[in-house]
Write a protein that binds this ligand. Structure first.
Ligand code: ADP
Ligand code: MG
Length: 225
Protein backbone atom coordinates (compact mmCIF):
# COMPACT_ATOMS: atom_id res chain seq x y z
CA UNK A 1 0.00 0.00 0.00
CA UNK A 2 2.74 2.39 0.99
CA UNK A 3 6.49 2.49 0.65
CA UNK A 4 9.03 5.05 1.77
CA UNK A 5 12.66 4.86 0.74
CA UNK A 6 15.50 6.90 2.26
CA UNK A 7 13.13 9.63 3.23
CA UNK A 8 14.87 12.77 4.47
CA UNK A 9 13.52 16.10 5.63
CA UNK A 10 15.51 19.24 6.29
CA UNK A 11 13.83 22.32 7.72
CA UNK A 12 15.73 25.49 7.07
CA UNK A 13 14.83 28.77 8.69
CA UNK A 14 17.39 31.25 7.45
CA UNK A 15 20.77 30.06 8.68
CA UNK A 16 19.51 27.27 10.89
CA UNK A 17 18.99 23.84 9.40
CA UNK A 18 17.31 20.98 11.20
CA UNK A 19 17.61 17.49 9.80
CA UNK A 20 14.33 16.08 11.06
CA UNK A 21 14.48 12.83 9.06
CA UNK A 22 17.75 11.25 7.96
CA UNK A 23 16.88 8.41 5.61
CA UNK A 24 13.84 6.47 6.72
CA UNK A 25 12.70 3.35 4.81
CA UNK A 26 9.81 0.95 5.37
CA UNK A 27 6.75 -0.59 3.77
CA UNK A 28 3.21 -0.76 5.08
CA UNK A 29 0.75 -3.41 3.92
CA UNK A 30 -2.97 -2.80 3.54
CA UNK A 31 -4.74 -3.60 6.84
CA UNK A 32 -1.79 -3.12 9.21
CA UNK A 33 -2.04 -1.24 12.50
CA UNK A 34 1.24 0.43 13.36
CA UNK A 35 2.41 2.57 16.28
CA UNK A 36 5.21 5.07 15.75
CA UNK A 37 7.13 5.82 18.93
CA UNK A 38 10.23 7.73 19.91
CA UNK A 39 11.36 10.67 22.03
CA UNK A 40 10.17 14.22 21.49
CA UNK A 41 11.94 15.76 18.48
CA UNK A 42 12.77 12.40 16.88
CA UNK A 43 10.82 13.22 13.72
CA UNK A 44 7.49 11.47 14.32
CA UNK A 45 5.25 14.36 13.33
CA UNK A 46 7.44 15.20 10.35
CA UNK A 47 7.09 11.63 9.13
CA UNK A 48 3.32 11.66 9.67
CA UNK A 49 2.94 14.92 7.74
CA UNK A 50 4.83 13.42 4.82
CA UNK A 51 2.81 10.17 4.94
CA UNK A 52 -0.34 12.30 5.02
CA UNK A 53 0.79 14.32 1.99
CA UNK A 54 0.61 17.47 4.11
CA UNK A 55 4.30 18.05 3.46
CA UNK A 56 6.89 16.79 0.98
CA UNK A 57 10.25 15.19 1.80
CA UNK A 58 13.51 17.00 0.97
CA UNK A 59 14.74 13.78 -0.63
CA UNK A 60 13.82 10.12 -0.87
CA UNK A 61 10.77 8.43 -2.28
CA UNK A 62 7.21 7.97 -1.17
CA UNK A 63 4.84 5.67 -3.04
CA UNK A 64 1.21 5.53 -1.95
CA UNK A 65 -1.12 3.17 -3.82
CA UNK A 66 1.53 3.03 -6.57
CA UNK A 67 1.61 6.81 -7.00
CA UNK A 68 5.00 8.50 -6.75
CA UNK A 69 4.02 11.29 -4.37
CA UNK A 70 7.08 13.47 -4.94
CA UNK A 71 6.19 13.80 -8.62
CA UNK A 72 2.64 15.06 -8.13
CA UNK A 73 1.31 18.57 -8.60
CA UNK A 74 -0.27 20.37 -5.64
CA UNK A 75 -3.68 19.72 -7.16
CA UNK A 76 -3.11 15.99 -7.59
CA UNK A 77 -1.67 15.82 -4.08
CA UNK A 78 -4.86 17.32 -2.67
CA UNK A 79 -6.85 14.76 -4.60
CA UNK A 80 -4.78 11.88 -3.19
CA UNK A 81 -5.19 13.32 0.30
CA UNK A 82 -8.94 13.47 -0.16
CA UNK A 83 -9.25 10.03 -1.65
CA UNK A 84 -6.92 7.90 0.46
CA UNK A 85 -6.04 9.65 3.70
CA UNK A 86 -7.76 10.58 6.94
CA UNK A 87 -5.64 12.60 9.40
CA UNK A 88 -6.33 12.94 13.14
CA UNK A 89 -4.39 15.55 15.15
CA UNK A 90 -3.58 15.70 18.84
CA UNK A 91 -5.31 19.09 19.16
CA UNK A 92 -8.42 17.86 17.31
CA UNK A 93 -8.31 20.92 14.97
CA UNK A 94 -12.09 21.29 14.75
CA UNK A 95 -13.78 24.39 13.36
CA UNK A 96 -15.15 26.10 16.46
CA UNK A 97 -17.93 28.14 14.88
CA UNK A 98 -19.67 25.32 13.07
CA UNK A 99 -21.63 22.36 14.38
CA UNK A 100 -20.24 18.89 14.75
CA UNK A 101 -22.22 17.74 11.73
CA UNK A 102 -20.81 20.58 9.61
CA UNK A 103 -17.28 19.81 10.81
CA UNK A 104 -17.60 16.25 9.57
CA UNK A 105 -19.22 17.40 6.32
CA UNK A 106 -16.30 19.68 5.42
CA UNK A 107 -14.11 17.12 3.59
CA UNK A 108 -17.12 16.16 1.48
CA UNK A 109 -17.52 19.74 0.30
CA UNK A 110 -13.99 19.50 -1.12
CA UNK A 111 -14.90 16.15 -2.62
CA UNK A 112 -17.73 17.91 -4.47
CA UNK A 113 -20.66 16.01 -2.95
CA UNK A 114 -24.09 17.62 -2.92
CA UNK A 115 -25.61 18.74 0.35
CA UNK A 116 -28.06 15.92 1.05
CA UNK A 117 -25.44 13.26 0.46
CA UNK A 118 -22.96 15.15 2.63
CA UNK A 119 -25.45 15.35 5.47
CA UNK A 120 -26.26 11.68 5.20
CA UNK A 121 -22.64 10.48 5.13
CA UNK A 122 -21.61 12.85 7.94
CA UNK A 123 -24.51 11.69 10.12
CA UNK A 124 -23.75 8.01 9.46
CA UNK A 125 -20.09 8.51 10.29
CA UNK A 126 -20.90 10.34 13.52
CA UNK A 127 -23.15 7.45 14.45
CA UNK A 128 -20.23 5.07 13.88
CA UNK A 129 -18.16 6.89 16.50
CA UNK A 130 -21.06 7.06 18.95
CA UNK A 131 -22.03 10.71 18.44
CA UNK A 132 -25.31 10.40 16.59
CA UNK A 133 -27.00 12.29 19.44
CA UNK A 134 -24.72 15.36 19.27
CA UNK A 135 -25.02 16.42 15.63
CA UNK A 136 -26.06 20.01 16.22
CA UNK A 137 -23.80 20.80 19.16
CA UNK A 138 -20.74 22.99 18.80
CA UNK A 139 -17.23 21.71 19.63
CA UNK A 140 -17.07 23.76 22.86
CA UNK A 141 -20.24 22.05 24.09
CA UNK A 142 -18.75 18.55 24.19
CA UNK A 143 -15.93 16.81 26.09
CA UNK A 144 -12.35 16.31 24.87
CA UNK A 145 -12.97 12.65 24.13
CA UNK A 146 -16.07 13.55 22.13
CA UNK A 147 -14.11 16.19 20.22
CA UNK A 148 -11.56 13.59 19.26
CA UNK A 149 -14.42 11.34 18.11
CA UNK A 150 -15.64 14.18 15.89
CA UNK A 151 -12.11 14.55 14.50
CA UNK A 152 -12.02 10.81 13.81
CA UNK A 153 -15.40 10.98 12.09
CA UNK A 154 -14.12 13.85 9.94
CA UNK A 155 -11.04 11.80 9.03
CA UNK A 156 -13.26 8.83 8.24
CA UNK A 157 -16.06 10.41 6.27
CA UNK A 158 -14.35 9.96 2.88
CA UNK A 159 -13.79 6.29 3.71
CA UNK A 160 -9.99 6.60 3.39
CA UNK A 161 -7.91 3.44 3.18
CA UNK A 162 -5.19 5.02 5.36
CA UNK A 163 -5.90 6.63 8.74
CA UNK A 164 -3.04 8.61 10.28
CA UNK A 165 -3.22 9.89 13.85
CA UNK A 166 -0.52 12.02 15.53
CA UNK A 167 -0.78 11.46 19.31
CA UNK A 168 -4.57 11.19 19.16
CA UNK A 169 -4.81 10.43 22.87
CA UNK A 170 -2.17 12.95 24.00
CA UNK A 171 -4.71 15.47 25.30
CA UNK A 172 -7.05 12.94 26.89
CA UNK A 173 -7.20 11.22 30.26
CA UNK A 174 -6.26 7.54 30.20
CA UNK A 175 -9.80 6.15 30.34
CA UNK A 176 -10.92 8.36 27.44
CA UNK A 177 -7.69 7.54 25.60
CA UNK A 178 -8.53 3.84 25.87
CA UNK A 179 -12.00 4.42 24.44
CA UNK A 180 -10.48 6.31 21.52
CA UNK A 181 -8.01 3.46 20.96
CA UNK A 182 -10.98 1.12 20.86
CA UNK A 183 -12.32 3.11 17.91
CA UNK A 184 -9.01 2.89 16.01
CA UNK A 185 -9.05 -0.83 16.68
CA UNK A 186 -12.52 -1.22 15.23
CA UNK A 187 -11.56 0.82 12.18
CA UNK A 188 -8.56 -1.42 11.66
CA UNK A 189 -10.77 -4.50 11.93
CA UNK A 190 -13.07 -2.97 9.33
CA UNK A 191 -10.11 -2.89 6.93
CA UNK A 192 -8.59 0.57 7.34
CA UNK A 193 -4.82 0.74 7.63
CA UNK A 194 -4.02 2.68 10.83
CA UNK A 195 -0.74 4.43 11.66
CA UNK A 196 -0.62 6.30 14.94
CA UNK A 197 2.00 8.13 16.94
CA UNK A 198 2.03 7.62 20.68
CA UNK A 199 4.26 8.09 23.71
CA UNK A 200 2.44 5.49 25.74
CA UNK A 201 3.49 1.83 25.79
CA UNK A 202 -0.02 0.84 26.73
CA UNK A 203 -1.43 2.49 23.62
CA UNK A 204 1.32 1.10 21.39
CA UNK A 205 0.46 -2.42 22.52
CA UNK A 206 -2.76 -2.15 20.54
CA UNK A 207 -0.71 -2.11 17.35
CA UNK A 208 0.64 -5.16 15.50
CA UNK A 209 3.90 -3.44 14.77
CA UNK A 210 6.00 -0.67 16.31
CA UNK A 211 8.39 1.60 14.46
CA UNK A 212 10.73 3.36 16.88
CA UNK A 213 12.33 6.61 15.70
CA UNK A 214 15.34 8.24 17.25
CA UNK A 215 17.11 11.34 16.02
CA UNK A 216 15.46 11.17 12.58
CA UNK A 217 16.27 7.50 11.99
CA UNK A 218 14.53 4.19 12.58
CA UNK A 219 16.05 2.58 15.66
CA UNK A 220 13.91 -0.52 15.34
CA UNK A 221 10.85 -1.77 13.46
CA UNK A 222 9.22 -4.89 14.93
CA UNK A 223 6.10 -6.93 14.57
CA UNK A 224 4.80 -7.50 18.11
CA UNK A 225 1.82 -9.74 17.33
P1 ADP B 1 8.37 14.72 17.11
O1 ADP B 1 6.99 14.72 16.54
O2 ADP B 1 8.97 13.34 17.19
O3 ADP B 1 8.43 15.39 18.43
P2 ADP B 1 9.04 16.56 14.96
O4 ADP B 1 8.87 15.85 13.68
O5 ADP B 1 7.96 17.49 15.38
O6 ADP B 1 9.34 15.49 16.12
O7 ADP B 1 10.38 17.38 14.92
C1 ADP B 1 11.62 16.83 14.50
C2 ADP B 1 12.67 17.93 14.50
O8 ADP B 1 12.36 18.89 13.49
C3 ADP B 1 12.76 18.70 15.80
O9 ADP B 1 14.09 19.06 16.01
C4 ADP B 1 11.91 19.92 15.54
O10 ADP B 1 12.32 21.00 16.32
C5 ADP B 1 12.16 20.17 14.06
N1 ADP B 1 11.01 20.79 13.38
C6 ADP B 1 9.75 20.29 13.27
N2 ADP B 1 8.96 21.09 12.54
C7 ADP B 1 9.72 22.13 12.16
C8 ADP B 1 9.49 23.32 11.38
N3 ADP B 1 8.32 23.55 10.82
N4 ADP B 1 10.53 24.16 11.21
C9 ADP B 1 11.76 23.91 11.74
N5 ADP B 1 12.03 22.84 12.49
C10 ADP B 1 11.05 21.95 12.70
MG1 MG C 1 5.13 15.32 17.31
Amino acid sequence: MLLVNKLAKIYSNGEIEVQALKGVSFEIEQGEMIAIMGPSGSGKSTLMHILGCLDLPSSGQYFLENEDISKLSEEKLAEIRNRYIGFVFQQFNLLGRTTILQNVETPLIYAGLEKNKRRMFARETLERVGLGHRLHHFPNEISGGQRQRVAIARALVNNPSLILADEPTGNLDSKTGKDIMGIFHELNEQGHTVVLVTHEEEIAEHAQRIIYLMDGMIKWDEVIK
